[in-house]
Design a protein around this ligand. Structure first.
Ligand code: SDX
Length: 435
């Protein structure tokens, strides 16, 4: 538990040069309560001062005990456990329990949780029919966004968001069914027929099976690929107040059901600056023919022609710890499926960029998306599926944040303000008088 060093007398004093008045703002967890700024006024009937932070770059929106990141030191911990440990020693369902409940599960708890997930895992026929009418060119993330919202129609108890028991039911269903929906999108796009669930397999093995099985043909999932997928789901499971988790919290604060809230999270994740970057990385690597072309490619990033996708992060100003773990995972997978020269290009690109002043001066390092696509590609998946895999892993993080928020009785609907820069009040102009 992070030590609360707040001393009740900690305060920020500020003088408003417009009035000469001095104000004292209490400091808690190295933050000031933004609503206290409203006391700062020129005239008594003023609305009062607000803070301006368009991308929420320097704004704390909640208190959370789920995930801790130290961007300067490159630290990521799930409920206090370092990501390196959770990815190498845990299974995805174990980490789901940890993120949702705060502690690692006992053997009995894990058995019960796995049984709940298996019992909730099936192929909803209405959602299969929904996929059957999707245009095959529709991005599989857009299919997932639509299917997650539609999934709410499978159940009649989805709106009781203030009930812990109801929230638990929805959480189980969404963890169980998100991989099924992902597999539906993959199979629809590749004309592979309906999904066949096999809950005798592990969570990750069933996920791969639902995508890779072919009618009438047994499909053995290689243990190294199952382990790699399970580790990737863990590595993507949560990441504090990222863009998509923020979307889930903002949308969920209206007390909408969680299927619609996580659909909003999936839409945010879809973007190339966020989860869509893993697809963009592979598309970027496909533009580099050989290791010899890396210097010229990096120059095109430095002169602003393009971004080095999979590099940079709003929080990490050091190596993203997940990138290192995924880089090691990639080597294991390629030992199984055979070497991919794109890995050599990625390693050369990373080495050159990290040594280049343009990137080091901007503290740009590889992030979670830099190597992950290479592994998914080695498993035989096309680049448009990569962000869908990110969403399958991140589902539990979105749900843990949603659950934490809905359990907090002080939660209010998110509704920021603006600086109005438009016209002053003016009179209507008849069409005949408009120029
Ligand atoms: C994820 O928030 C999370 O936790 C996200 C995530 C999670 O687990 O949820 O970690 C997952 O989204 C990882 C990030 C994946 N995105 C990419 O890999 C896309 C490429 N990266 C960038 O677009 C960028 O680094 C962001 C979006 C990740 C962060 O952008 P910021 O913090 O808004 O930084 P910025 O765009 O203001 O850039 C600062 C400077 C700029 O240069 P100057 O204007 O100062 O000259 O750095 C440059 C940028 O041009 N820059 C890059 C760059 N990223 C930033 N230049 C080249 N290549 C890049 N990738």
């Amino acid at each position: 538990m992070s030590e609360d060093t707040t001393n009740n007398s900690d305060a920020l004093s500020a003088i408003d040069s417009r009035t000469g008045k001095e104000y004292t703002l209490p400091i808690e967890h190295d933050t000031i309560p933004a609503t206290k700024l409203r006391e700062i006024k020129v005239n008594d009937d003023d609305f009062g001062m607000l803070s301006y932070d368009p991308a929420l770059k320097n704004t704390v929106t909640c208190k959370s005990s789920i995930c801790f990141i130290d961007g300067e030191k490159g630290i990521l911990e799930y409920r206090g456990y370092p990501i390196q440990e959770t990815a190498s020693k845990g299974t995805y369902l174990e980490i789901c329990w940890l993120l949702l409940n705060g502690e690692l599960p006992t053997a009995a708890e894990l058995d019960m949780f796995q049984a709940e997930i298996s019992a909730a895992t099936y192929a909803p026929q209405d959602i299969q029919k929904l996929h059957d009418v999707f245009n095959k060119n529709l991005h599989p993330m857009a299919m997932l966004e639509s299917a997650l919202a539609a999934l709410g129609g499978e159940f009649d108890d989805i709106d009781d968001v203030l009930s812990a028991e109801s929230r638990h039911q929805q959480i189980i269903r969404l963890i169980a069914l998100t991989p099924v929906l992902a597999a539906m999108g993959y199979r629809h796009r590749n004309d592979l027929g309906p999904v066949e669930v096999n809950t005798d397999l592990s969570y990750s093995s069933n996920f791969l099976h639902m995508m890779l099985s072919r009618k009438g043909r047994e499909h053995e999932i290689h243990p190294a690929l199952e382990k790699a997928m399970d580790a990737l789901l863990i590595l993507h499971a949560d990441h504090e107040q990222n863009c998509s988790a923020n979307a889930v919290r903002a949308v969920g604060s209206s007390r909408v059901n969680p299927y619609s809230a996580v659909s909003a999270g999936a839409s945010a994740l879809h973007g190339p600056l966020h989860g869509g970057a893993n697809q963009a990385v592979l598309e970027m690597l496909n533009q580099i023919d050989s290791v010899e072309d890396v210097p010229a490619f990096l120059e095109s990033c430095k002169n602003g022609e393009r971004r080095l996708m999979g590099f940079g992060h709003r929080v990490y100003k050091n190596y993203d710890p997940r990138a290192k773990v995924i880089g090691e995972l990639a080597a294991n997978v390629f030992d199984v499926v055979g070497h991919n020269p794109k890995l050599d290009i990625a390693i050369a690109l990373e080495k050159a960029a990290v040594a280049d002043e343009y990137f080091s001066s901007r503290k740009l390092f590889p992030n979670v998306d830099f190597y992950s696509g290479l592994i998914y590609s080695a498993m035989g998946f096309d680049a448009r599926m990569f962000t869908v895999f990110f969403a399958v892993g991140r589902m539990v993080g979105w749900l843990a944040h949603w659950n934490e928020m809905m359990a907090d009785s002080s939660t209010k609907i998110v509704r920021p303000r603006q600086i109005y820069t438009g016209y002053e009040r003016r009179d209507w102009v008849e069409a005949s008088d408009r120029k």
